[in-house]
Design a protein around this ligand. Structure first.
Ligand SMILES: C[S@@+](CC[C@H](N)C(=O)[O-])C[C@H]1O[C@@H](n2cnc3c(N)ncnc32)[C@H](O)[C@@H]1O
Length: 227
């Protein structure tokens, strides 16, 4: 009897000791972070679509820039399914304040993105506006503290011309595809590089449609010409 008790006590102790080890072995960030599970789901859908999105390499940098800027108002032109928006809104939720206003021309994509933000528990931090961002940005009230432009290279400069006056001093503007679509956004790149503090950041990617691309990261303060 006492032998049986001792044996079951030992078995229990061994099981308890092993528990944290097996939990660590199964460590998946998606288990702890409900947003991460949705991000991974949306990333998969985009890769399969394909629906173009920034991808995890550029998204991590984007999230870092948002963390540093601590913006109150974030503008995104080009929502797609909400992949980059999920990364941005997760940072706003961590900050406990701020709003992402994201614009998408396709009503179907906008609806899917809204559903993804809701599933991730980020609906309070995001407003999806449906329509042509070139027109919608005219209605937006400043100051804008952070912007991501990612909706067709030829649209970047017209959008920037409208939001330029609405950007807060020191605001950060990130333009995606500054590598693969540099030719199509030549006017935009020329403007931000000549007037503001702007740099090109390159990334090695693992996307079906691109293996290398850049973000143009611009801070709205005097650039090289005025330094
Ligand atoms: C590259 S995707 C955006 C990807 C998204 N930022 C992400 O990383 O998850 C570009 C999106 O911009 C949208 N778009 C294209 N022209 C637009 C316009 N003029 N206004 C708003 N959205 C536009 C497209 O429908 C597409 O969904």
């Amino acid at each position: 009897m006492s032998n049986t008790l001792t044996r079951s006590a030992v078995t229990m102790i061994l099981a308890l000791a092993a528990a944290p080890l097996s939990a660590a072995a199964d460590d998946d960030p998606a288990d702890e972070d409900p947003v991460q599970a949705v991000i991974e789901d949306v990333e998969k859908a985009c890769r399969e679509g394909p629906v173009y999105m920034v991808g995890p390499e550029k998204a991590e940098r984007l999230a870092e820039l948002v963390r540093e800027a601590k913006p109150k108002t974030v503008l995104e032109c080009g929502t797609a399914l909400g992949y980059s928006g999920l990364w941005i809104a997760r940072e706003l939720k961590k900050l406990g304040r701020g709003k992402l206003i994201t614009m998408e021309i396709s009503p179907d994509r906008a609806r899917q993105a809204e559903e993804n933000f809701r599933r991730a528990g980020l609906a309070d931090y995001v407003e999806v506006r449906v329509g042509d961002a070139k027109k919608l940005v005219r209605q937006i009230e400043g100051p804008i503290d952070f912007a991501l432009i990612d909706c067709g290279a030829s649209n970047y400069y017209p959008i920037f011309q409208v939001i330029e006056k609405k950007l807060a001093p020191g605001a950060v503007v990130v333009a995606d595809n500054a590598g693969i679509s540099a030719g199509g956004m030549r006017d935009y790149l020329k403007a931000v590089r000549s007037k503001y503090d702007s740099r090109t950041e390159w990334f090695e990617l693992d996307l079906p449609w691109a293996k290398r691309d850049a973000l143009e990261v611009t801070a709205m303060r005097c650039g090289p010409a005025e330094e």
